[in-house]
Design a protein around this ligand. Structure first.
Ligand SMILES: *[C@@H]1O[C@H](CO)[C@@H](O)[C@H](O)[C@H]1NC(C)=O
Ligand SMILES: *[C@@H]1O[C@H](CO)[C@@H](O)[C@H](O)[C@H]1NC(C)=O
Ligand SMILES: *[C@@H]1O[C@H](CO)[C@@H](O)[C@H](O)[C@H]1NC(C)=O
Ligand SMILES: *[C@@H]1O[C@H](CO)[C@@H](O)[C@H](O)[C@H]1NC(C)=O
Ligand SMILES: *[C@@H]1O[C@H](CO)[C@@H](O)[C@H](O)[C@H]1NC(C)=O
Ligand SMILES: *[C@@H]1O[C@H](CO)[C@@H](O)[C@H](O)[C@H]1NC(C)=O
Length: 432
């Protein structure tokens, strides 16, 4: 069994050696070529290469198996074929002004026995036309959805279409259509809900295709939106007081620019003598009966918006010494917290609070100074005392030893020294 096994092993080894040698021999005269991708109108180059050629004849055939080149001779009349290089190792031919009809399988042939062939597939790329972009509406209202389409016609292979809004990539829906002669048309649809920030932002349709670079179309979004309304108080700068004038301006910005700007008073009529000139509202000689909400309404084709101004008419600023003012001042103070959106707080009250604010800070400074002086004095006293005790060291120790010597215990020593105190805590205090 072992003999049979080794025998078959030997046989298979021999066979593989033979086949390897055979392969080596075939490969040693091996014919190679490459596939070619070429843009329509450009030049294609076909290269038939032979390794270790033993003077075998080489020729190039077209897809209909007509001979283009036999060695360095061109039997075919088509002068677009030109010899680029002819040697023992290579037959290189160029084909200029390539058209779609040139597509197909070209054959390199080597006259060995048996003959060898290698195939070069020529693929012709056709770039799409410039993309065409269309939007369903020229101008879109904010919040509305719009559709933008981009068409890339007549390419081979089909192009891919990408979308950008500003620097953000968006997802469109593409549809590929086959047209005549293996060509493709790609249509991409982009659905977009616009905001007022999109106004003036470019939307770009980018066409990717192997035959072209940087092919794109662009369109600027045009978005119309409701007015933005803001009331600005021109006069007065501070509180609105009885007898004074009030001047308000209404600022409204929209697309399209609002044609209509109206001043109204909510749940009431604007005072009869109020003057409205364009965007301005002027009320002279203010009166408490004018209190209320004044509204500026602006509208355009998209819609209308408004801003409110709440008017509170304060008392005339009179001299503070009159007794009745105390009552009115109280009224003003009560009303103040309710007045949120109106301009500012009573300057007098604000000033008085500021005055109160300064005195405590002065007090703090004085206290700080006094504390510093006291601390400094105590430090000096300590130093002086320290020197005094250092000088009277001997006396001090003698004084302590005297009680200790005479008495049998510490308590008695203290009694002896002080006369009367027998608490051990008080003894400690004495040492300190
Ligand atoms: C050439 O293209 C064909 C398909 O058209 C493919 O089957 C073949 O493998 C390609 N040859 C090379 C060398 O890439
Ligand atoms: C042709 O090819 C050979 C070998 O590849 C090279 O040495 C030679 O320069 C080429 N000639 C031309 C004209 O390209
Ligand atoms: C290229 O080929 C086309 C036809 O396929 C022809 O109309 C055109 O004149 C050619 N251009 C050149 C430069 O030969
Ligand atoms: C405010 O208007 C009332 C009538 O609405 C009037 O009686 C009063 O005198 C006016 N006050 C001032 C300061 O004009
Ligand atoms: C777009 O918005 C306007 C309001 O601004 C509305 O009247 C119109 O019907 C909307 N159009 C579409 C197509 O949704
Ligand atoms: C208007 O507001 C003032 C407070 O600023 C108040 O004293 C007065 O009674 C108010 N008048 C009316 C008619 O509401």
């Amino acid at each position: 069994m072992a003999i049979t096994g080794s025998g078959s092993l030997c046989a298979s080894l021999f066979l593989s050696l033979v086949s390897a040698a055979f392969l080596l021999k075939v490969q040693s005269q091996n014919l190679v070529t490459d596939n070619v991708s070429v843009v329509e109108g450009d030049v294609a180059t076909i290269s038939c290469r032979v390794k270790n050629n033993d003077d075998s004849v080489i020729q190039l055939l077209n897809p209909n198996r007509q001979t283009i080149y036999f060695k360095d001779l061109r039997p075919l009349k088509d002068s677009r074929f030109q010899l680029v290089n002819f040697s023992d190792n290579e037959l290189r031919v160029s084909l200029s002004n390539v058209s779609l009809s040139d597509e197909g399988r070209y054959v390199c042939q080597l006259y060995t026995d048996p003959p060898q062939e290698a195939y070069a597939d020529i693929t012709v790329l056709v770039p799409p036309d410039n993309p065409i972009m269309k939007s369903r509406e020229d101008i879109v209202s904010e919040g509305n959805e719009t559709e933008i389409t981009c068409i890339a016609t007549g390419s081979k292979p089909a192009s891919t279409i990408r979308w950008m809004k500003g620097d953000k990539e968006l997802q469109g829906k593409s549809e590929v259509q086959h047209t005549y002669d293996r060509m493709f048309t790609v249509i991409s649809r982009l659905m977009l809900t616009v905001t007022r920030e999109d106004d003036g932002i470019p939307v770009v349709c980018i066409v990717d295709h192997p035959a072209v670079k940087d092919l794109q179309a662009q369109k600027f979004l045009e978005v119309q939106y409701k007015p933005e309304v803001k009331i600005v108080v021109e006069f007065p700068e501070g509180l609105t007081r009885e007898g004074e004038n009030l001047e308000l301006t209404c600022q409204a910005k929209g697309k399209p620019q609002p044609q209509q700007i109206n001043w109204v008073k909510v749940d009431d009529d604007v005072p009869s003598h109020a003057v409205i000139t364009g965007t301005d509202l002027l009320i002279e000689n203010l009166n408490k009966s004018y209190n209320g909400t004044y509204r500026c309404v602006a509208s355009n084709s998209v819609g209308e918006s408004y801003d409110d101004y709440i008017l509170y008419v304060y008392d005339v600023l009179t001299t503070t010494s009159i007794p009745t003012t105390t009552t009115t001042t109280t009224t003003t103070t009560i009303l103040e917290p309710a007045q949120d959106s109106a301009s500012s707080t009573e300057p007098a009250a604000h000033d008085s609070r500021a005055g109160e604010g300064t005195s405590p800070s002065v007090d703090h400074a004085v206290i700080g100074g006094v504390v510093a002086v006291v601390v400094f004095a105590m430090l000096c006293l300590l130093i002086v005392l320290g020197r005094y005790f250092a000088r009277h060291k001997g006396t001090y120790f003698t004084h302590e030893a005297k009680g200790a010597d005479d008495a049998a215990d510490a308590d008695t020593a203290i009694i002896n020294a002080e006369g009367g105190h027998n608490n051990s805590d008080e003894k400690k205090e004495y040492y300190i």
